[in-house]
Design a protein around this ligand. Structure first.
Ligand code: AP5
Length: 225
């Protein structure tokens, strides 16, 4: 059984937090296009140079570049039995390209997370990420701690979590990414998820939704396909 999951929603909705959790539970990779781009920027690769200006401004990176990255990543062996996509697709063109990549794979489960606008701005202002393992934290729950409880790495704020850039990212989301809801909403494997609840409740709701798609349920232990 495989789970091919797309996490959709505005910046700060909790796509990374929940995506990382369900990917770990199901033993499939979480493919976060924002993380791939940030790594490229840090390593000063050609892709990083291309992406940096758009990311700093809260704008989108070119569709063809993103489609190429995701196409390559989904072709890797660890994504054969499923994946969690976080941050892709972000435009209708990317969604169409993803549909083409899905040929011969199981259904695509699309989860749209919603959280009130002002809560998103507050969350992003308080987000910290571990430089070593990428775990996401919130100052609302960890206070002054700046060391990762999982690996001991340093916790840092993302440069695009500056309030003005966040507001622009939200505008770009409304303009470019919200139309994706129309693209997906008539599918039987499209679901809405209330992201404005405690993280454990969001995780429980997400599990229930994913399990509504029979081919996405985890295999009972001891059963092989
Ligand atoms: P990306 O990295 O994808 O950023 P984003 O979509 O803006 O989403 P975020 O990572 O900011 O939010 P999230 O929903 O993952 O929230 P999180 O779980 O961290 O993209 C960055 C940039 O890369 C883009 O602007 C663009 O330039 C470029 N890019 C990437 N993909 C692209 C593509 N496909 N095409 C073109 N350009 C692309 O949670 C946020 C905070 O809230 C955390 O502190 C967390 O602890 C807290 N939190 C989470 N859940 C809860 C909860 N239930 N209750 C309270 N707090 C919570």
């Amino acid at each position: 059984m495989s789970l091919n999951l797309v996490m959709l929603g505005p910046p700060g909705a909790g796509k990374g937090t929940q995506g990382e959790r369900i990917a770990r539970e199901r033993g499939i990779p979480r493919i976060a296009t924002g993380d791939i781009l940030r790594e490229a920027v840090q390593e000063e690769t050609e892709l990083g140079r291309l992406a940096k200006a758009a990311m700093d401004a809260g704008a989108l990176v070119d569709d063809d570049v993103m489609i190429g990255i995701v196409g390559d990543r989904l072709g890797a062996g660890d994504a054969e039995h499923g994946f969690v996509l976080d941050g892709f697709p972000r435009t209708v063109r990317q969604a169409q390209a993803l549909d083409a990549m899905m040929e011969g794979r199981g259904p695509l489960v699309v989860i749209k997370m919603s959280v009130p606008h002002e809560v998103l701005v507050q969350r992003l202002a308080g987000r910290l990420t571990c430089v070593r393992c990428g775990t996401i934290f919130s100052t609302a729950t960890i206070g002054d701690r700046r060391e990762c409880e999982r690996c001991g790495g340093r916790l840092v704020q993302r440069s695009d979590d500056d309030e003005a850039v966040v507001r622009h990212r939200l505008e770009v989301y409304l303009r470019e990414t919200k139309p994706l809801v129309q693209y997906y909403e008539r599918r039987a494997t499209y679901f809405r998820l209330d992201g404005h609840q405690p993280p454990d409740q969001v995780a429980a709701d997400l599990r229930k939704l994913v399990d509504l798609v029979p081919s996405s349920r985890p295999r009972p232990s001891g059963v092989t396909s």
